[in-house]
Design a protein around this ligand. Structure first.
Ligand code: TYM
Length: 338
């Protein structure tokens, strides 16, 4: 099946998803969310709320429900128009679980055990290394392949999972003939790997237990500024990009460059001779300015659950219409009676 056959008006298809397993951080914003609205119009875009992935780590049911609405409100608040994009909830489209099962049978244990996120998460949740955590990348492959996706905008940490999706698609296509579009990652130059503010050797993560390590998209400005003021730097006094020797300062340069759409050399020039205190406040203010309109819109949307429900319902219909065509083709190819 070629993408021309499945995608509307011959536009290339974009697909991405975010887990509603915590409040989203500046890392999620710069690595993924912020890039999504730029693609609408030129591409046929599908964005998923990956709630099935979230179950791989224990969730409080009431909180998970609330976070689903919250993530949808963020998609909309960042500028995604539900008329131009398909916005939907993963568990609303039963084909995800069904295709994931099939693809599980075309994925090797060896491949899954090489996934760095699995190794990471199983050390963090040693009391709950469940099978879902292990096969998580297969569900992610099912998400992407169901929609015949050409490009997948993601942060650096998801690149390995995307490569596995490509391998699974290729393997299936070789066995059964053209079935899936083989997806390519879209990783922005800046913002693809935002690091923790206190521990810049590890990535900024929404599941971090130390709240000083991250900034939330909907955090209040005073708190954002406080976190940037105490962000870890180094003993030099030079705003210079050097990931290896100056990870804290390089992370702040990256954040500033990303929210202001400037290049790294331009940022270095702008802060030549500046003290770290001054630089950190400028980064904090730039982040506050970038997030303020998102937060305002988000709060408005969270007050209108009826509207959010309506968007989810429409998204479910549009997503199911695409996913069902792919799954039927797969069922026929593997020899199920349909
Ligand atoms: P998730 O929910 O952890 O993260 C959502 C997106 O945010 C990016 N990201 C970051 N980017 C830059 N710096 C950071 N510190 C940072 N932290 C997170 C992630 O790379 C991601 O793009 N498995 C996925 C969700 C998923 C998915 C999919 C993605 C499920 N199915 C299909 C794409 C296609 C995940 O857990 O992302």
């Amino acid at each position: 099946m070629s993408d021309e056959n499945t995608n509307t008006v011959n536009k290339k298809r974009i697909y991405s998803a975010i887990q509603p397993s915590g409040q989203l951080t500046l890392g999620n914003y710069l690595g993924a969310l912020r890039n999504f609205p730029k693609l609408q119009g030129d591409y046929d875009c599908v964005y998923c709320i990956a709630n099935m992935h979230s179950l791989t780590v224990r969730q409080d049911p009431e909180q998970l429900k609330e976070r689903i609405y919250s993530l949808l409100a963020l998609y909309l608040a960042c500028g995604l128009d539900p008329e131009k994009n398909v916005l939907y909830l993963q568990s609303h489209v039963h084909e995800h679980a069904e295709l994931a099962w099939i693809l599980n049978c075309y994925t090797y244990n060896g491949e899954l055990s090489r996934m760095t996120q699995f190794k990471d998460k199983s050390s963090k949740h040693a009391d709950n290394i469940n099978a879902g955590l292990f096969t998580y990348p297969v569900l992610m492959a099912a998400d992407i392949l169901l929609y015949q996706s050409d490009f997948v905008p993601i942060g650096q940490d998801q690149k390995q999972h995307l490569e596995l999706s490509r391998d699974i698609a290729d393997r299936f296509n070789k066995l059964y003939g053209q079935t899936f579009v083989v997806p390519a990652p879209l990783i922005s130059k800046q913002g693809a790997r935002i690091m923790s503010l206190q521990d810049p050797d590890k990535k900024m993560s929404k599941s971090d237990t130390n709240t000083s390590n991250f900034v939330l998209i909907v955090e209040d400005p005073a708190s954002i500024m406080k976190k940037f003021k105490k962000a870890v730097t180094d003993s030099e006094a030079e705003v210079r990009y050097d990931e290896e020797n100056k990870p804290g300062v390089s992370n702040l340069i990256n954040i500033y460059a990303s929210v202001t759409d400037k290049s790294v050399p331009d940022v270095e020039k702008e802060f030549e001779g500046a003290r770290y205190g001054e630089f950190k406040m400028a980064v904090g203010q730039a982040v506050i300015d970038a997030l303020a309109p998102v937060r305002e819109k988000y709060e408005e949307l969270m007050g209108d659950k009826g509207y959010l429900e309506k968007v989810l319902k429409e998204g479910r219909e549009k997503a199911s219409a695409i996913a069902s065509v792919t799954l039927r083709d797969v069922y026929e190819k593997v020899g199920f009676v349909v």
